[in-house]
Structures are given as structure tokens and as C-alpha cells.
Design a protein. Sequence first.
Length: 147
Amino acid sequence: MKTKEFLALIDEARVIEAVRAAEQRTSGEVRVFVSCHALCGRPADAQAREEFRRLEMISTRGRNAVLFYVVPSDQAFAVVGDEAVHAQCGQTFWAELAKAMEEDFARGDFTGGLVAGIGRAGVLLAEHFPRAGDDRNELPDGIAREK
């Protein structure tokens, strides 16, 4: 699937609302990134980690950001968290989150998959990184995409 086709199927307003709702309860940050480049045999999670760094998500105050990385052309995605998040949830959480999203994606419910995944990540973030009084939104909430 081409990136434009994928983006046309996404209800961006619902995805942004899910990001904002998740971030209301936590000091953590959530971003969604849609790539227009094929993975060329590279694992999606490796590519996602590169994008995580490029988007400067490693610069959040609590090192508690989560990236939802989607590659429509390869029908692939990955969800990665910064070091503080990963230390709290471990690999099992990421695997379960990805499995649930994969089921929604397989049905063509891309918005639902993203919204549910963001919601689950938000619950984890709120549990381990509750919102502080001085919290500020460190990263944009919109869907990021390559130009």
C-alpha cells in the first residue's frame, strides 16, 4: 500500500485525540510516524529506533517517549519506547501491544489499531510516569511523515 493511500484511510483527528488523551495522564510522550520508504530488508524496529533518534525523541526529560512507526509499503510497523519506558514494561508488553494492533491492521482498521495501541501505551505511561504539575508537551502530537 502506498503511503498516501494509508494516510487517506487514517482518521488523523482520532489518532491525535488518542495521543493527547494518553499524554493527559502522563509525563511521557507519544508520536506516530508514517514512512514513505520501504524497509529494504531491514527490521521495522531497527528503522523505528533510527527514526526515534532523528525525531529527537531521546531528548525528552524523562526518557519516556513511545513511537508508533508504520511502513505502509511493506505492511509493517513497530512500536518502540525510550530506555525508561522499556525498563518498566519489558519486551512482553511490546509484543502484546504489536499483536493487538496487528489484528486490527489485518482487518483494515488502521485508525482503530493505532488508537487502541496508543491507549494501551498511555495506560502504561500513566502508571509508571504520572503527569507532574510542571509537565509540558515536549513533542508534536500530529502524525509525522516523511516529506
